[in-house]
Write a new protein. Sequence first.
Length: 209
Amino acid sequence: MGKVVVLDHPLIKHKLTFIRDKNTGSKEFRELVKEVSMLMAYEVTRDLPLVEIEIETPVTRTKAQVISGKKLGIVPILRAGLGMVDGMLNLLPAAKVGHVGLYRDPKTLKPVEYYCKLPQDVEERDLIVLDPMLATGGSAVAAVDFLKRRNPNSIKLVTLIAAPEGIEAMEKAHPNIDMYVANIDEKLDEDAYIVPGLGDAGDRLFGTK
């Protein structure tokens, strides 16, 4: 059974406040999303396996640990997930990056897939799926559906804010997927926006409407 991990570190809470603020401009918004993503990467990778090697310090030879050769893949859901990639790569520079393009049909609110490009060795990788917002859960469920058909080693979902409805949808569709969120918000409104939320993450990242 997958778990839901709320990353309530004070630095994340502090930065998330300014991400939510409607007066935060696109440049600062992008920087804050990058910073929070990097902080979240620290916890998301807590279970990475280690191996012991021998090194020489300026004083003596000693045994120390390094991350084993586990292969990671970072998969942002386009387009808002792009804002989280650089923060993850700051800590995981060897990870390969794939992309899944989905948009929500404004009438049906159902996800529509329009693009997918993944590392060739995806079946050997542990994938970290990125999307700043988990609202209805439709896009995340669809993205994980698609990725599972490629048989990756494992999949984790990382999101800044989630609505209870989105978490419930993910748990129902993919009960074995771990979810990492910076905050679980109150609810969805009648237009399926997260309340209190942060608006449209893609528009705020890229200065569009």
